[in-house]
Design a protein around this ligand. Structure first.
Ligand SMILES: NC(=O)c1ccc[n+]([C@@H]2O[C@H](COP(=O)([O-])OP(=O)(O)OC[C@H]3O[C@@H](n4cnc5c(N)ncnc54)[C@H](O)[C@@H]3O)[C@@H](O)[C@H]2O)c1
Ligand SMILES: [Zn+2]
Ligand SMILES: [Zn+2]
Length: 389
């Protein structure tokens, strides 16, 4: 089959690789009808994710048609149309029973490496390095889906691929980010990053009843899209973010702050961003947490900091003094996607949201390598890429 493979920093290729096959009775194989490039894939593209091997098949936002099932797979049948969560979960362990699917303790066969870095291992993920299981991803013609009765959700008739594809990741992620904020009717939610995840967080915050959303980015078309959802916007390259948020909130700060940027913010945003860049470049740091610092400082007393932007290691100069003295709550996760699927599918079916509003680029799989670059550089008005193998 054809698939997108990683060969080092900035080197994605579309090439022929062996077809996946059933390896366990609970597996299914899907023929991919649509897949997307995620902001998290950019961390792989940028060479930031350790334990990637040359030739690894990438991608974790995937849907398709079931073409083969293992002998113990019960819910799925050949011919079903399904969306596959990026988190692989067994459905039975301590964490899965609590709905904490991205903490599944059975799906990461390489857990020893993860434990060394993080203390304990999270779940395995599709297409996301050998720290997280080394599972071949879904930017490909076919994908093997382990624990096929636990992850995939069937698509009701009448919904297009584009309407449901983002249930695999960015819609539940943005929704979770907003849900973490425990939104009350008078609340103002500030969202850093108007990429696809930020856009889902902004709309989810309104769905969950926020009075105001303040959206922060610098890319004009992303700010325009945020505005069209009803957000007030701040261009962080033109304006002082902390001051502006104070102006908009009676000097108190936002009720909750969402970091939908993570470890790769724009370097020229501030002095601390440039310092982070220098430290990471010489191996004195693992991450560049400028946005997290700003979100903490801009949050009101006893407010909530909701983190869905991804960080990898040990973060420098986090203002814990601010956080503890002012009673902030931190919430964060790789999204336990399975937990959100039924209710978010229902919101799509009811027409409360159509997540396809973020798509700007549609192309065949062969164009994937070029579109990784376009998406990374935010060139050509690119906000979200969907590939159709
Ligand atoms: N927690 C999860 O389960 C999960 C799931 C999906 C994605 N993610 C993470 O979410 C993050 C966003 O993903 P995306 O697909 O939207 O990516 P993206 O790279 O398209 O979007 C990031 C946005 O942040 C903006 N930005 C850069 N510096 C900024 C600053 N200083 N202030 C405000 N905005 C700034 C960029 O201009 C860009 O629009 C990534 O870190 C990704 O890894 C996490
Ligand atoms: Zn993702
Ligand atoms: Zn489990």
């Amino acid at each position: 089959m054809r698939a997108l493979t990683w060969h080092g920093k900035g080197d994605m290729r579309c090439e022929s690789v062996p077809d996946p096959r059933i390896e366990h009775p609970r597996d299914a194989i899907i023929k991919v009808t649509a897949c997307a490039i995620c902001g998290s894939d950019l961390h792989i593209y940028g060479g930031l994710i350790p334990e990637m091997k040359s030739g690894d098949v990438v991608g974790h936002e995937t849907m398709g048609e079931v073409v083969e099932v293992g002998s113990e797979t019960q819910k799925l049948k050949v011919g079903d149309r399904v969306v596959v969560p990026f988190t692989i979960a067994c459905g039975e362990c301590f964490f899965c029973q609590r709905g904490q699917y991205s903490g599944c303790e059975r799906t990461n066969p390489d857990r020893k490496t993860a434990e060394k870095l993080w203390g304990h291992s999270p779940a395995g993920l599709f297409g996301y390095s050998h720290i997280l299981g080394g599972y071949p991803g879904g930017q490909a013609e076919y994908m093997r889906v382990p624990h096929a009765d636990v992850g995939p959700i069937k698509v009701p008739d009448g919904l297009s691929d584009e309407q449901v594809l983002f249930l695999s990741d960015i819609f539940p992620t943005g929704y979770m980010a907003a849900e973490f904020c425990d939104i009350k009717p008078e609340d103002t939610i500030a969202v850093w990053g108007c990429g696809p995840v930020g856009q889902m967080a902004i709309r989810s915050a309104f769905l969950l009843g926020a009075k105001r959303v303040i959206a922060i980015d610098t890319v004009p078309e992303r700010l325009v899209l945020a505005k069209s959802a009803g957000a007030e916007t701040i261009d962080f390259m033109q304006e002082e973010v902390y001051e502006r948020i104070n102006d908009l909130t009676h000097g108190r700060g936002a009720d909750a702050c969402i970091d939908a940027v993570g470890t790769e913010p724009e370097t020229d945003a501030s002095f601390d961003s440039r310092l982070d860049r220098a430290k990471v470049a010489v191996g004195l740091g693992t991450d560049r947490p400028h946005v997290l610092r700003q979100a903490i400082q801009s949050c009101r007393n006893f407010g909530i900091v909701s983190i869905v932007g991804v960080y990898g290691g040990f973060l420098d100069k986090i203002p814990m003094g601010s956080a503890i003295n002012r009673g902030l709550t931190f919430r964060m996760a790789q999204t336990p996607v399975q937990r959100y699927l039924p209710k978010l599918m229902e919101r799509i079916v009811k027409g409360e949201i159509d997540p396809s509003f973020v798509i700007t680029h549609r192309a065949p799989l062969e164009d994937g390598p070029a579109l990784y670059k376009t998406f990374r550089d935010k060139a050509d008005g690119c906000i979200k890429v969907v590939l159709k193998p």
